[in-house]
Write a protein that binds this ligand. Structure first.
Ligand SMILES: Cc1cc2nc3c(=O)[nH]c(=O)nc-3n(C[C@H](O)[C@H](O)[C@H](O)COP(=O)(O)OP(=O)(O)OC[C@H]3O[C@@H](n4cnc5c(N)ncnc54)[C@H](O)[C@@H]3O)c2cc1C
Length: 452
């Protein structure tokens, strides 16, 4: 007998999960609290609402999010079909008419013969039945409390405090040096030293940089625990020099002296391809971050794979509470999808909804599903959710750094493979591996694989 599935939340992840599971033949009940209750960011009674921008970002395969979209299309993503059907001209990006987009998804869910929609708020998670929780970054208090009962107090976060991440091969190691404070540890930090003049220029630029205003529901009580870098700067120079930029215990091998200030970069992944700017969570605008942070010696040509941000955002501590197949370790009948799982962005939220719908739908039919290969963009998202290398887990967009290095031999003494060529090799391998994984599960591609 096919087991029924409950999906909580009719956002991007919930719609995607419900439609995928139902397409596989599982009966689904989707509960959506709108229109009786709205989060502070939702305004439309329709499901599949885009709460802010109308862009699903780059449509090009040369970008990691473009690859993720291509993989989702192969797996028959409803969000991608909705986006294609309601696209508006946006150059190399895929942007949509938001009302038509939500209308398309709302109709698809309500019109599916195996989905029934209930308009009610869920305040407690079922402990027995197969459930996909997709209540989003603004999950209400009661449901969040119940989730916390399952994950433990440290298993759920209510804000993200995201520091920028740079590609390690874009940092100038003629200026930056590997060392731990006081020589303790294995030299795990890449330190960017600033002398007095460099510090003065950086501090002035930081103090004058534009930042994004807080939304009403982004309570300032948060910031005492984890201050944005520009707020620390506004409290005076010493706050940074005694805080995240303190130089104590470090000697610059180029000068043999302690620098005036230091920015520390810490490995974000086990291989050290990505480096996190320690303590640099920020509300600066994206252009301001790129301009100001490139004043830091060693980061002049840094490739920022993720810029900093701070939001009200409910998400689980995925590496410690989620299994590799998006099920809660403490309650394996519960799948966690969307932004709540610890991914960031519309496309990534829908992508985890698609995976949860596929896995829950197949489980309802009595079939287990191994996760997609780590070499795919979908697998890269799972790699991030399982990354125990960082004690302070923070949500992430998809980026090339989440995939293992490309299958191009780097020959000693040869010039580095150009980025575009590397990315094409990554995308080619990802699509081949995804199709092989789908064949092993008897899943036919929903679209023609894109040509590279
Ligand atoms: C203010 C804000 C702006 C954002 N802007 C962008 C952006 O521009 N671009 C981008 O890529 N990402 C953005 N994001 C991040 C993220 O991609 C989106 O929030 C995305 O909508 C997440 O998808 P989701 O399906 O996980 O959650 P949502 O789309 O939020 O869907 C959750 C659904 O669950 C329902 N729900 C919640 N609790 C319950 C409950 N207890 N019972 C029943 N139903 C419930 C909600 O009403 C909602 O319909 C933004 C996030 C926020 C908070």
């Amino acid at each position: 007998m096919t087991e029924p599935i409950l999906v909580i939340g009719g956002g991007l992840a919930g719609c995607e999960a419900a439609l995928k599971a139902a397409d596989l033949g599982a009966p689904v009940t989707l509960t959506e609290m709108k229109p009786a209750h709205y989060s502070p960011a939702h305004h439309s009674p329709l499901m599949g609402e885009l709460v802010c921008s109308n862009s699903l970002r780059s449509a090009e395969l040369a970008s990691a999010v473009g690859l993720l979209k291509a993989e989702m299309e192969l797996l028959g993503s409803a969000v991608m079909r909705a986006a294609r059907a309601t696209a508006v001209g946006a150059g190399k990006a895929l942007a949509v008419d938001r009302a038509l987009f939500a209308g398309w998804l709302d109709r698809a869910v309500r019109g599916h013969p195996l989905i029934s929609v209930e308009s009610r708020r869920v305040d407690e998670l079922p402990r027995l039945g197969l459930t996909v929780v997709a209540s989003g970054p603004l999950t209400g208090e009661d449901l969040a409390q119940d989730l916390m009962r399952l994950t433990g107090c440290t298993g759920l976060h209510f804000y993200d405090a995201i520091a920028p991440i740079v590609a390690s091969d874009s940092v100038d190691t003629e200026r930056a040096f590997w060392a731990d404070r006081y020589g303790e540890g294995g030299g795990d930090y890449l330190n960017c030293p600033l002398d007095r003049e460099e510090w003065a220029a950086f501090y002035q630029a930081l103090a004058q940089a534009e930042h994004t205003p807080l939304k009403d529901f982004e309570s300032p009580r948060f910031f005492e625990g984890c201050l944005p870098i520009e707020v620390m700067a506004a409290r005076g120079e010493q706050t940074l020099l005694f805080g995240p930029m303190k130089p104590v215990g470090l000697v610059d091998p180029r000068t043999g002296r302690r620098p005036h200030a230091v920015v520390q970069l810490r490995k974000e992944d086990a291989e050290g391809r990505l480096l996190n700017m320690v303590g640099f969570q920020t509300k600066l605008t994206r252009p301001a971050q790129e301009r100001v942070f490139r004043l830091i010696p060693g980061l002049e040509r840094a490739e920022f794979v993720r810029l900093g941000s701070i939001h009200r955002n409910t998400f689980i501590d995925a590496p410690r509470v989620l299994g590799p197949d998006l099920r809660l370790v403490a309650s394996p009948r519960l799948f966690i999808a969307g932004q709540l799982s610890g991914v960031e962005g519309y496309v990534e939220s829908a992508a985890t909804g698609l995976l949860c719908g596929l896995m829950a739908g197949r489980l309802a039919l009595g079939q287990e599903t191994p996760p997609p290969p780590a070499t795919t963009a979908l697998g890269g998202l799972l790699t991030h959710l399982g990354n125990t290398a960082s004690a302070d887990f923070q949500p992430s967009n998809i980026n090339w750094g989440l995939l293992p290095p490309p299958p191009l031999p780097e020959k000693p003494g040869k010039r580095k493979t150009p980025k575009a060529e590397r990315n094409r090799a990554l995308a080619r391998r990802a699509l081949d591996d995804l199709l092989a994984w789908m064949r092993s599960l008897d899943l036919a591609p929903a679209t023609e694989p894109p040509r590279l």
